[in-house]
Design a binder for this molecule. Structure first.
Ligand SMILES: [Mg+2]
Length: 269
């Protein structure tokens, strides 16, 4: 796919649509991937430029597989809409909203976590209780493939885990409530509630490919930007309109965007 910085005119063209929104993934996009999630840090340049963009665009949203409160903690910019657990929850301006029927999964997450902790003792596996979802990470495992197989086997064998939907990401297996929610539905909801006519979406992983599809609807001008790294899934490169190389390029892009983004057409809600 074409490199974004070779096609800035096309980006400028999308930016003429108003109201305009920027939606960005966090890990691998504005934050380097770390060996474990709690070690990841958002790039200070990205943070600074996102803060500027909240004043210039109708919407700046950060969307992540992390819980919304984690996302908020990591970026720490007021005015951003933080969409957590790949769309299951959203935090904005002190208010947390859950997708219907999802909050009830909190005790089931605790139960399945207790069970899997007992049965999964493979080296390098770590658990992340995300409130309404559970992530099992195997990035630190010496044999990632067998760690992944082991995780999937134990999940298969668990009766509590059957109540969840299984979704895989970069070195992670996730158990989520079985609702039709992903980054695509979350992005659609944002576009609708902010009445956006133009959107740029930036992301680096499989879950972002879902959202890329939303960018190509005819009701608004959308641009899907894929952040390429060693671990980038092939679908991402195929489905992106333009690519950036790693977090360093995202810093450069957000800086450029903050410089050229038009002021909002009306005061922020
Ligand atoms: Mg990511």
């Amino acid at each position: 796919m074409p490199y974004l910085f070779d096609h800035l005119d096309a980006v400028r063209q999308v930016l003429t649509a108003s109201p305009f929104g920027l939606i960005t993934d966090i890990d691998g996009t504005v934050s380097e991937i770390a060996p474990c999630p709690e070690e990841a840090r958002v790039s200070p340049v990205c943070r600074e430029q996102l803060a500027i963009l909240t004043k210039r665009l109708e919407l700046v949203a950060a969307i992540s597989g992390r819980p919304a409160l984690d996302a908020k903690e990591m970026i720490g910019v007021d005015g951003i809409v933080y969409v957590g657990n790949n769309g299951l929850e959203q935090w904005h301006d002190g208010v947390m909203l859950f997708v219907e029927g999802v909050k009830e999964y909190t005790p089931k997450v605790t139960a399945v976590l207790d069970e899997l902790r007992g049965s999964l003792t493979t080296e390098g596996i770590s658990f992340e209780n995300k409130g309404v979802a559970l992530s099992v990470h195997y990035r630190r495992s010496p044999d990632r493939e067998s760690a992944r197989n082991c995780i999937l086997e134990k999940i298969e064998a668990s009766s509590i885990a059957r109540d969840f939907r299984i979704q895989e990401g970069k070195m992670v297996v996730e158990l989520r409530p079985p609702v039709e929610v992903n980054k695509a539905t979350a992005v659609e909801a944002l576009v609708k509630s902010y009445n956006l006519r133009g959107v740029i979406y930036v992301g680096d992983d499989i879950s972002d490919v879902d959202a890329f599809g939303v960018m190509h609807q005819e009701i608004f001008k959308g641009l899907a930007v894929g952040v390429i790294s060693e671990e980038t899934p092939q679908q991402l490169e195929k489905k992106a309109d333009f690519t950036l190389n790693g977090v360093a390029d995202v810093e450069r892009f957000l800086t450029w965007l903050a410089g050229v983004a038009p002021a909002p057409t009306r005061p922020h809600p």
